[in-house]
Design a protein around this ligand. Structure first.
Ligand code: GLN
Length: 488
């Protein structure tokens, strides 16, 4: 039986009916990892023995007769920028290549409490800076749909693992699109939650006012289940919202008759690949058939989103990454004096994109430039947020493409960082505004590459996303497709 191709909710039901044990399921996923990992390279660390121990524990809990969480016994991968006590957490950076955290991120401890089985830690662009996972300081992850192409990024390892059957679901983090864009390029579901909904405690910080953790799964129901496990107030994160999340599965299986779907013309402009555009147009038609009402909306400041993001994100990153000096943890270079030690540690430990961002951010924050760059970017950020507020007065959700193209080839955008930055053109304004979004599979290119539909909603309106995304998914077959090599 091909257990590793199933969804978490199907497997939950099988575990509860005792048709399969978590140990059997975990062995099946580990066998899949052994078979596919040489080609896909999704993991920095595979937690084979520990996964089996966690599975045996989950089986004990499931046999106890006590009620268990939906995800009890389900093999799930963790992006390698979330701290796991006793297990290497590298952020795919040489500077953290030996870092074993003494504590768990809040999301990790919440998943442990749900008796989730950890398959391992997944690869990412170094410090989550990138859109293709090519910036990883450890390895390059390949797209399971076509291994000559990137899986997207920065959560490329998580997306590839879920798509290839090497984990049933995974966590990702999204600062400017890092959950939604790889979900789109790998044909899975990815949710960027409202800023403050999921605790960032123990998430290695990139840009603290933008970073948000969320689910990466095979279908919308699994995303609702995983978000239930992740969301909720955490006193350990000062930006965590004092908000009691609803049960996100209660938003599934609802009609969308009368749902107003906002279509910003800025999301349908030049640069959108024609095949992607055709799939998005067809998806919107499908939503209309289901009773949704299209509404024209405007996001006039979205043309400044990429520039604004790359000022805010690099400024915050340059400050956050100041802590990696070799003195307390991580890589430490040999030197005769402390200043040389700092300099060499950072020169050896950080890759080129991370250095570029630290320099850009330091420049934007430096005396004389602060008002012209950083403060200006903060003002535009407020305008972008205002655009969404106005738009959501006229509609319930906004729809468009998650990414302007399907998965691109290795090396295609690495020579030109600006071109790489443009792959986030539809995702980053969402982080600047702090709102929520989802990417769901909505078609394929003629070359067989997945295309993602992005749906957005206002702050703490994840329920609307789940209702709309689930209705679309139930009326289509895209989410049932698996990369050729793994279809059973
Ligand atoms: N691709 C964007 C960047 O490079 C977003 C990354 C992310 O969301 N972590 O910054």
């Amino acid at each position: 039986m091909e257990l590793h191709t199933k969804t978490a909710h199907e497997l939950r039901d099988m575990l509860r009916r005792r048709e399969v044990s978590s140990v059997e399921l975990t062995r099946d996923v580990m066998a899949r990892i052994n078979a596919a990992e040489p080609a896909v390279q999704a993991y920095v660390t595979v937690m084979g023995d520990e996964a089996l121990r966690m599975a045996a524990n989950a089986d004990k809990a499931l046999a106890s007769g006590e009620p268990q969480a939906d995800l009890a016994g389900i093999p799930l991968a963790i992006k390698d920028n979330m701290c796991t006590r006793g297990t290497l957490t590298t952020c795919s950076s040489k500077i953290l290549s030996n870092f074993v955290p003494p504590y768990d991120a809040t999301v990790v401890s919440r998943l442990r409490a749900s008796k989730v089985v950890f398959t391992g830690k997944t690869n990412l662009d170094e410090f989550a800076m990138g859109s293709s996972t090519e910036n990883s300081g450890i390895k390059k992850t390949r797209n399971p749909w076509d291994t000559s192409r990137v899986p997207g990024g920065s959560s490329g390892g998580s997306a590839a693992a879920v798509a290839a059957g090497m984990a049933i679901a995974a966590t990702g983090s999204d600062t400017g699109g890092s959950i939604r864009q790889p979900a789109s390029l790998c044909g899975i579901v990815g949710v960027k939650a409202t800023y403050g909904l999921v605790s960032r405690y123990g998430l290695v910080a990139f840009a603290s006012s933008l970073d948000q953790i969320g689910p990466m799964t095979r279908d919308v129901e699994d995303a609702a289940i995983l978000l239930n496990a992740l969301a909720g107030h955490d006193p350990m994160d000062s930006t965590s919202a004092k908000y009691t999340p609803p049960d996100y599965t209660s938003f599934l299986n609802k009609p969308i008759k009368g749902l107003r779907v906002g279509l910003p013309k800025e999301f349908f402009a030049d640069g959108l690949d024609p095949e992607v555009r055709a799939a998005i147009d067809a998806a919107i038609k499908k939503l209309e058939e289901l009773g949704a009402i299209p509404v024209e909306v405007e996001l006039p400041h979205s043309k400044y989103a990429v520039a604004t993001y790359y000022l805010c994100a690099t400024a915050e990153a340059s400050s956050n990454l100041g802590r990696y000096d070799g003195a307390q943890y991580g890589h430490r270079a040999e030197a005769d004096n402390v200043v040389d030690m700092y300099c060499r540690t950072r020169a050896e430990g950080f890759g080129p994109e991370v250095k570029r961002r630290i320099m850009l951010g330091t420049y934007a924050l430096s005396a004389g430039y602060y008002d012209a760059f950083y403060i200006k970017a903060m003002k535009v950020r407020t305008l972008i947020k205002g655009d969404f507020e106005k738009a959501f007065a006229k509609c319930d959700v906004i729809a468009g493409a998650t990414a302007p193209t399907a998965a691109f080839k290795f090396g295609e955008k690495t020579d030109n960082p600006l071109e790489m930055y443009l792959s986030d053109i539809f995702t980053i304004s969402v982080n600047l505004a702090g709102i929520c979004g989802v990417s769901i599979p909505c078609g394929f290119t003629s070359g067989g590459l997945p295309i993602g539909l992005q749906l957005l909603a206002g702050p703490f309106e994840e329920g609307k996303l789940f209702t709309a995304a689930h209705a679309f998914e139930q009326a289509t077959e895209w989410h049932t497709k698996r990369p050729p090599a793994i279809s059973a």
